[in-house]
Design a protein around this ligand. Structure first.
Ligand code: LIP
Length: 276
């Protein structure tokens, strides 16, 4: 049976507002954490509490909906098999390293897929009250105001975002550093906000012109992918092909030309394992 996307959108906005209060309150002080895949991949009590709050809230209205959640996935066992069922892909705190340090650039990132197509995306930084939303075919919004990617085509004029990532694997670090060095020589400026989702939101806002990262997960980019595309930008694989949400690779840009020019410059890397 059909999914009431209007109701889904209203409910997720309310849940994100409520969960955002918890994050903002806990961001006033530095947080305790435990390490996940390594010593710079972190999780806090707040990550777990926010994921539970959002999942429980959705289940109350839509008991049949499925979930792919960052903390559920990393706590062992759960396989991220994406089906045609309505599936909420949730990162309760994207930018956990920032959150642990009370650096106010973290967000909740939630996407809803139906028949494997993203219908709703929401990225919310409750510290700075920045809310980015999109519904498929209806444009992208920042705090209720319609937004548009920059239209930049020239790599030498592009403000580009990326991240150091959450892995200290030697091979991975080598590629990260090589790409930072290459980008620093060719682009206008290079930034790392510390949250993959907020980096993508900046492309949608027209504040940044492109974002790339190897090593992201589906929950970091599901909402950002829709929001960037609804803002008129493009999201592709960093090698230039189609974006694959489970591949742990992403390249978002204001225009197809900028995306393809970036893809040509980037040293490629395939993080393993995939998300599915
Ligand atoms: C992390 C991002 C970070 C990015 C990592 C990871 P988490 O998410 O915020 O900027 O480099 O790939 O996705 O673990 O904080 O939710």
């Amino acid at each position: 049976d059909s999914v009431d996307l209007g109701k889904c959108f209203e409910i997720i906005n309310n849940l994100v507002t409520e969960a955002g209060r918890l994050i903002a309150r806990n961001n006033e002080t530095r947080q305790e954490f435990v390490c996940k895949s390594g010593d710079i991949d972190l999780v806090t009590e707040t990550d777990r509490a926010v994921e539970k709050l959002i999942m429980d809230g959705i289940r109350q209205h839509f008991p049949d909906h499925k979930f792919i959640g960052e903390e559920e996935s990393s706590s062992g066992g759960a396989v991220n098999k994406l089906t045609d069922e309505p599936t909420w892909i949730i990162d309760p705190v994207d930018g956990t390293m920032n959150f642990v340090h009370a650096f106010p650039h973290s967000c909740i990132s939630v996407g809803l897929k139906v028949n494997k197509v993203t219908e709703i995306g929401i990225i919310y930084n409750p510290m700075l009250e920045q809310r980015f939303t999109a519904r498929r075919g209806q444009g992208a919004y920042y705090n209720g105001r319609r937004i548009q990617a920059s239209g930049q085509r020239d790599i030498s004029k592009a403000l580009v975002t990326s991240e150091f990532g959450t892995s200290r694997d030697e091979e991975k670090m080598k590629v990260v550093n090589e790409n930072f060095a290459k980008m620093a020589k060719q682009v206008h400026g290079l930034r790392a906000l510390g949250s993959a989702a907020l980096n993508m939101a900046m492309v949608a806002l027209g504040a940044a012109d492109a974002n790339y990262e190897f090593g992201i997960h589906a929950w970091d980019v599901c909402a950002g992918d829709l929001i960037v595309r609804e803002a008129g930008g493009v999201v592709i694989d960093p090698a230039g092909g189609d974006f694959d949400i489970m591949s742990r690779r992403v390249l978002a840009a204001a225009t197809p030309q900028l995306a393809q020019d970036m893809a040509k410059v980037l040293t490629q890397y395939q993080p393993l394992p995939r998300d599915d």
